[in-house]
Design a protein around this ligand. Structure first.
Ligand code: NAP
Length: 338
């Protein structure tokens, strides 16, 4: 039986890959700090939780044990994290490091976290220039996330080990601490009869289903090598498409108020408001043999079912991120005055 170790395996991407590998007959070790975050179905399917802190000396070695056919690192944010992994990779068949599309820069050097939004001139390929690698800035800082990810990628890719770097976009799935679709799910739960969308809902920020990421990780594990791959859904819905997918699935109807540039600032905010849009080119993954589990509308159901069936929001839910998207008082004022 093949053995996989998933660092950060209780999180959004980690639990999806754990489920996928367990269903494929793998022995899966799920590494996290808090056993209460271990999904019950992953335990039932045979996943073994190992408590270890990646930041503690010896934590990684303890988690890896006698080696593995596959290590998936969902917790590699810096070059230092990557270097900590290297001494353990002699006994690992294939390693997958989860990076991010946040590494890409446009012709002017802008990226998804810069003050000026990036303007890519089409679907982004893996050959697109990236941020300059940096280790002198906190990876939790706005300018630090992508730069530290690039530095981590380079350490692993230069190591000589068989490392696949995956660059997902906006991830959706069960267990998300920032489930973007909440902006519409809560609105349905609140029985709002109107939906406001900034920029006419034309914004695009390519979704990446955790289940599709898991499928690509399995493909990479079957083809050990050294490479970088984008990872996003096979289709690219805009915010209006996404709102309609969610409303249709939840059986809700609302009046769409598609705002233009003259609308009051702060109305119709949503997580996909990127113009020009962000699209990842998925042809390299396809050439490796990757087949997605499904399109956005098919795969987002996992997150929607989870959100509507949960009696409370997940631990770590990012309330501050969503709060400005639910300014119902401002919306009602706008409607009364129009
Ligand atoms: N989510 C996205 O939209 C997105 C987009 C692009 C790239 N990515 C990348 O994808 C990777 C995974 O993201 P995710 O969204 O799946 O993360 P997540 O949902 O926050 O999951 C992270 C998991 O790791 C565990 N963990 C955190 N710190 C740990 C530590 N020091 N030692 C051991 N376990 C630890 C957490 O559980 P405990 O706290 O209980 O330990 C949690 O279950 C990240 O590298 C991120 O940069 C994410």
């Amino acid at each position: 039986m093949s053995r996989a170790v998933v660092l950060g395996g209780t999180g959004l991407i980690g639990r999806a890959i754990s489920r996928r590998l367990l269903a494929g007959g793998w022995d899966v070790v799920v590494v996290g700090r808090d056993s209460t975050r271990m999904p019950a179905d992953v335990t039932v399917a045979g996943g073994r939780f190992v408590a270890a802190d990646r930041a503690e000396p010896g934590g990684l070695a303890a988690a890896l044990g006698a080696g593995a056919d596959l290590v998936v690192d969902c917790l590699c944010f810096t070059a230092a994290h990557a270097r900590e992994l290297l001494p353990l990779l002699d006994d690992v068949g294939s390693t997958v490091m989860i990076s991010s599309k946040a590494v890409y820069v446009d012709a002017a050097g802008n990226h998804v976290n810069s003050a000026v939004p990036p303007a890519f001139d089409g679907p982004i390929r893996e050959s697109q220039p990236t941020m300059t690698p940096r280790e002198d800035i906190d990876f939790r800082a706005r300018d630090g996330y992508g730069a530290n990810k690039v530095a981590a990628e380079q350490v692993l890719l230069d190591s000589g080990y068989r490392v696949t770097v995956l660059r997902p976009s906006k991830v959706h799935g069960e267990g998300a601490t920032k489930p973007c679709e909440w902006v519409f799910v809560k609105r349905v739960a609140d029985r709002r009869e109107v939906l406001f969308l900034a920029n006419g809902g034309r914004g695009v920020d390519h979704p990446s289903a955790a289940a599709n990421i898991a499928a690509l990780i399995e493909t990479a594990a079957e083809n050990p090598g050294r490479r970088v791959l984008n990872c996003a859904d096979p289709d690219v819905p805009d915010a209006l498409d996404i709102s309609r997918t969610v409303a249709k699935y939840l059986g809700h109807r609302w009046e769409e108020v598609l705002l233009d540039d003259h609308a009051p600032a702060g109305l119709g905010l949503h997580p996909w408001d990127r113009l020009p849009g962000i699209r990842l080119d998925m042809s390299a993954a396809g050439r490796l043999g990757y087949r997605p589990v499904g399109d956005y509308a098919t795969t987002v159901i996992a997150e929607l079912d989870w959100l509507v069936s949960s009696d409370r929001l997940p631990a770590g839910f990012d309330h501050d991120y969503f709060a400005p998207m639910f300014d119902y008082a401002a919306e009602d004022t706008y409607l009364a005055e129009r």
